[in-house]
Design a protein around this ligand. Structure first.
Ligand code: SAH
Length: 350
């Protein structure tokens, strides 16, 4: 069976090529075509002989994503991409412009099985995991389309990255390899609904990525109403794993808290959250919830959000309200894919 060549780490690629009888230095050349120049065809690897290019095409396949839709915000240049995978599934990615450079938000799975109540990505459950190549390709094709290099990545699109842990870690290893795109691990943020074992595993990988934990409630009872995963792990267990992550990597953890009107945005809840986080060196990111038509949740009012933020600030916690990017094209996570599928029933699968 042909191997997915863009999903191989440098070491795996070298080993595979050597086993095929190729010289050592070939791995460096090919890896650079795949991850530095980010080619879409073996034929573009012009410093390789024609027979070698043919040999690669016989033994490997090259994953390339095709953009089927690109929405551009007229307000701030944010772009939402819908990419088609080779099996016909579609996924979303976002390009965002900041003062310090461009940041992209990528998906880690097609769909999701975590079931968070306010999230559109999980409504139809998990379809499948993304391969490392499919996570990388979202970045490579957006860079190609924009003609620019990115400066940071957030894994906050559809999917639970820690439910696809091995592929996620491989993705980060390839992304941060200086022989490829060479992004610093510090420029990568991974967001999780909170799987303590995987948080501890990541702390031991030697990859100092920023960890963002989706908290969304200050106590287990409220969290269970919003996030089914809270039935499995208590906040205490998850925070203990986050503390380990901080101790081992020195990376300050971010806590995400989606503000849902009349659900988790009262002053008592702000105070409870401040007490819960205590003296931790952390950052809280408040996200006014993005309403989805399948659920009744509404965004907190501006005054409630500002009040919530003030209470946290007064307790000495670093807190920001997430700036909304691409307001005019800003369907919530997973909504572009859903609307594409609803418009084209049956046309998505090839
Ligand atoms: N599975 C990962 C990544 C999810 S998306 C996780 O759970 O963290 C990134 C963040 O957006 C998460 O905090 C998620 O809970 C939140 N989110 C998802 N849908 C949202 C919506 N409609 N409004 C506001 N935040 C949402």
């Amino acid at each position: 069976m042909k191997k997915d060549i863009r999903s191989l780490t440098f070491e795996e690629l070298s080993g595979t090529l050597e086993a095929m009888g190729e010289k050592r230095y070939r791995a460096g050349q090919i890896y650079s075509w795949l991850h530095e120049k980010q080619v879409s065809d073996f034929e573009q690897m012009t410093n390789l002989s024609r027979p070698l290019r043919q040999k690669l095409a016989d033994n490997f396949f090259l994953t390339v994503l095709e953009a089927v839709q690109v929405l551009t915000s007229k307000l701030d240049g944010t772009r939402k991409y819908l990419f088609r995978l080779s099996d016909g599934n579609v996924i979303e990615s976002v390009w965002m412009e900041y003062h310090h450079g461009a940041s992209v938000c990528i998906s880690s799975q097609v769909g999701c099985r975590m079931g968070c109540r306010f999230c559109a990505s999980t409504l139809d459950g998990l379809v499948r995991n993304l391969e490392p190549s499919e996570m990388l390709e979202q970045i490579y094709r957006m860079q190609e389309h924009m003609g620019r290099r990115i400066s940071s990545v957030v894994v906050m699109g559809s999917g639970e990255p820690f439910d696809n842990y091995d592929n996620f870690v491989k993705f980060v290893r390839i992304l941060t390899d200086p022989r490829g795109l060479g992004l610093s691990a510090r420029s990568v943020t991974v967001s999780t609904c909170g799987l303590p074992d995987r948080i501890r595993d990541l702390a031991g990988e030697g990859l100092p990525v920023t960890l963002a934990l989706s908290l969304h409630a200050p106590d287990d009872e409220k969290r269970r109403q919003l996030m089914p995963v809270a039935n499995k792990y208590s906040i205490k267990e998850v925070l203990a794993a986050c503390d380990t992550y901080f101790e081992k990597t020195g990376r300050r953890v971010s806590f995400e808290y989606s503000l849902v009107g009349d659900v988790n945005d009262t002053e008592e809840e702000a105070r409870a959250l401040a007490a819960l986080l205590g003296k931790r060196n952390c950052h809280v990111n408040l996200i006014p919830v993005n309403p989805i038509k399948e659920r009744k949740y509404v965004r907190s009012g501006g005054a409630a959000a500002a009040n919530f933020k003030n209470i946290l600030e007064k307790s000495g916690i670093n807190v920001t309200i997430r700036r909304e990017m691409g307001r005019d094209i800003n369907g919530a996570c997973g909504q572009l894919r859903r609307s594409y599928q609803e418009e084209r029933p049956g046309k998505v699968s090839l």
